[in-house]
Design a protein around this ligand. Sequence first.
Ligand SMILES: Nc1nc2c(ncn2[C@@H]2O[C@H](COP(=O)(O)OP(=O)(O)OP(=O)(O)O)[C@@H](O)[C@H]2O)c(=O)[nH]1
Ligand SMILES: [Mg+2]
Length: 268
Amino acid sequence: MDFFIPYGNFPRPLVALAGNPNTGKSTIFNALTGLKQHTGNWTGKTVTLAQGSFFYNNIKFCIVDLPGTYSLLANSPEEEVARNFILLQKPDVIVVITDATCLERNLNLVLQVMEITDRIIVCVNLIDEAKKKGIFVDESILSKELGVPVILTAARTGLGLQELKEMIFKVYSGKIKPSPQRINYGKEVEKAIAELIPFIENKFSGTINPRWAALSIISGDYSIKDLEELVKKSENNREESTHGLFKRYNCGENIRKSPVHSTKGSKI
Ligand SMILES: Nc1nc2c(ncn2[C@@H]2O[C@H](COP(=O)(O)OP(=O)(O)OP(=O)(O)O)[C@@H](O)[C@H]2O)c(=O)[nH]1
Ligand SMILES: [Mg+2]
């Protein structure tokens, strides 16, 4: 197993595993690659990434296990590494691993990744644990609501992992083209985004997703190098940014309501 920092050249096709902490990313990584990565949690560990590979249809996919993050807002070294990897390495496929027992909480990251890339698969893991709690996720409704493929897995027993590999291949090869539902942040914010995009395109000339960068600026995240220069453009939009983030959260809640059923009526 190799450890490395997230900059440099990676073999292609490149697959990234993203997700909230403790959703089973490393378990899935190990199962797909046959590697034995330590899956424990401990604080203060250096942010390193595990790289491995798997074959599907005679194609060797390089796969990277990103650190667990709740968002891509670069609030911590983990978030910064995950965000920079997704933005700069532009993986061919990003699998966002979510926890079926608390899907709503996980959708925030899913929606953020959907703002950066189209090549996304949502993996709803821990369905065995969810079942025990009487929670069932309808993958076809969730997939329709999000506009991206959804695969249910129980990584510990290997359930759904073959389907996951097949879906990675289909998204990579273009057999399936996800079309993520992008949040409409409302007139004011969308206007601010539209005004910022030309400046971002001019500055970064296609290296990062301009809509995502515009949203970051409006949300007050200036951590990407050189974004500061664009900040002045968004000075008038601070108030709307809070509104936009609020809407993002609410969207997660709405999606959660339809495809997730709890037979016990418990709060998910
Ligand atoms: N029951 C059950 N347990 C699982 C499943 N997937 C992972 N686990 C367990 O959940 C725990 C966390 O799994 P990890 O693979 O370490 O999760 P992670 O997302 O890599 O965690 P971080 O790297 O800390 O973000 C481990 O004890 C796994 O054995 C699953 O589908 N079902
Ligand atoms: Mg892990």
